[in-house]
Design a protein around this ligand. Structure first.
Ligand code: ARG
Length: 458
């Protein structure tokens, strides 16, 4: 019999029940549902809305149900409409009338809003930890490669020399901002919707401050209509997660390129790559491709949430049940990606020599060649033109700026002397980039110091 059998004269159609039910995906919030109910029952007892004795029984009953669900002794009923109804029905099954008192002055609308906040608050903490772990691995790798020169690219054309440490730390900066966004989201969503009732609060003299405090919220939400119908926090989190995925996806794209024979800057550990069913020579970077692919799916989750909310009048509407699968999918996939990506990076082999060889080709010291003349007094535009002409000369003769004879330089301007070769050597070019935030080992050391302080690794 459905809970609302009083109003209804028929049982719900089996197909409709299955269609309507959310237990298949909201069962995962059972711990948070029970946590919320325990706080609610505590408050009801403290406020004299139910007797202290009933409050105690309900709390003991909920604690026992939690233990039975944890141990697998109690199984979810797939026919229950949702996790909230399931737990309440189980309590009533065990304790009769006492169990029936739990839902006094509460609705599933404020209950589900509460459960989802509690659940996502925990997930954010976990994701935060995974992002920090990835940062720590990148920092460690960066510390080993402050002198490892590789070409920096723009338009995927070799541009100017950087170091591998500098390149990795660019991702750490992105991830630090992601951590900030996770914190912002967690902070803003940390208000308690419980006590909003179905939409219009309640006539009981409940203590919303107490439940908010018991559940670790900063405050109760200020408006009951907003309390039951706000899903901003899901959207904000999905947005934050989409940005994390975008960062992982860009990094993945680079790993994919670096694994190719065209680059060969890194070699993935065998445990983190796959072979081909037909081509015996293959070693594929599947993990990174899958991360790139899953990024699309997390963006999709964000779109689902935004679109689901856009036409909803106040307050609760059943459309909002769709929030869970979308945000759970985003959370699950971000965690999966981070859990796989980090050890993959930790175990990959960095092929320094190939990076160095790539840096030696592609005239990435042409800017430095121009700067050499500027430092001898020539205006930059003129120096830029001379350097470009020398590059064209090298290309036509199959030379590099390092191997072009001094006479060729001097034909352009007598400002060139023997020391030009030192000025354009890759080592000088990297070491000279001392500007704050630049790739020189000195600037990178400072960046590492700041990053480590932020991450608590110092
Ligand atoms: N399963 C529902 C959800 O996920 C819980 C709230 C149901 N409230 C209601 N009035 N039907 O949104």
């Amino acid at each position: 019999m459905a809970l609302w059998a009083g109003r209804f004269s028929k049982e719900i159609d089996a197909g409709v029940n299955a269609f309507n039910s959310s237990i298949a995906f909201d069962a995962r919030m059972y711990r948070h549902d029970i946590q919320g109910s325990i706080a609610h029952a505590t408050m009801l007892g403290d406020c004299g809305i139910i007797s202290k004795e009933d409050s105690k029984t309900i709390i003991e009953g909920l604690t026992a149900i939690l233990a039975d669900l944890d141990s697998g002794k109690l199984e979810f009923d797939p026919n229950a409409e949702d996790i909230h109804m399931f737990v309440e029905a189980e309590l009533t099954k065990r304790y009769g009338d006492v169990g029936k008192r739990l839902h006094t002055s509460r609705s599933r609308n404020d209950q589900v809003a509460l459960d989802l906040r509690l659940y996502l608050r925990d997930e954010i903490k976990e994701i935060r930890g995974l992002v920090e772990k990835l940062c720590a691995v990148l920092v460690k790798l960066a510390e080993q490669h402050t002198e490892t020169v590789l070409p920096g690219y723009t338009h995927l054309q070799r541009a100017q020399p950087v170091t591998f440490a500098h390149h990795l730390l660019a991702y750490v900066q992105m991830l630090l901002r992601d951590l900030g966004r996770l914190d912002d989201t967690a902070k803003r969503m940390n208000e308690c919707p419980l006590g909003s009732g179905a939409l219009a609060g309640t006539t009981y003299h409940i203590d919303r401050e107490e439940t908010a405090k018991l559940l670790g919220f900063d405050a109760p939400m200020a408006n009951s209509l907003d309390g039951v119908s706000d899903r901003d926090y899901c959207i904000e989190l999905a947005n934050t997660l989409s940005i994390i995925m975008m960062h992982l996806s860009r990094f993945s794209e680079e790993i994919i390129l670096w694994c190719s024979w065209e680059f060969k800057f890194i070699e993935l550990d065998d445990a983190f790559a796959t072979g081909s069913s037909i081509m015996p020579q293959k070693k594929n970077p599947d993990i990174t491709e899958l991360i790139r692919g899953k990024t699309a799916r997390v963006y999709g989750d964000l779109q689902t949430l935004l679109t689901m909310m856009k036409g909803l009048p106040l307050a609760y509407n059943k459309d909002m049940q769709e929030d869970k699968e979308a945000i759970f999918d985003a959370v699950d996939n971000v965690k999966l990606c981070l859990e796989t990506f980090t050890p993959m990076l930790e175990t990959m082999r960095v092929l320094k020599d190939n990076m160095r060889a790539a840096a030696a080709k592609g005239f990435i010291n042409a800017t430095d060649c121009a700067d050499y003349l500027v430092k001898k007094g020539m205006p930059f535009r003129d120096a830029y033109k001379i350097s470009g002409t020398l590059v064209a000369e090298c290309i036509s003769r199959g030379l590099t700026l390092e191997t072009l004879p001094l006479e060729e330089y001097q034909k352009m301007t007598p400002l060139f002397t023997e020391d030009v070769y030192d000025a354009i050597s890759l080592e000088t070019c990297v070491r000279g980039r001392v500007s704050q935030g630049g790739p020189s080992p000195k600037a990178v050391a400072e960046q590492l110091r700041l990053v480590k302080t932020k991450l608590g690794l110092a």
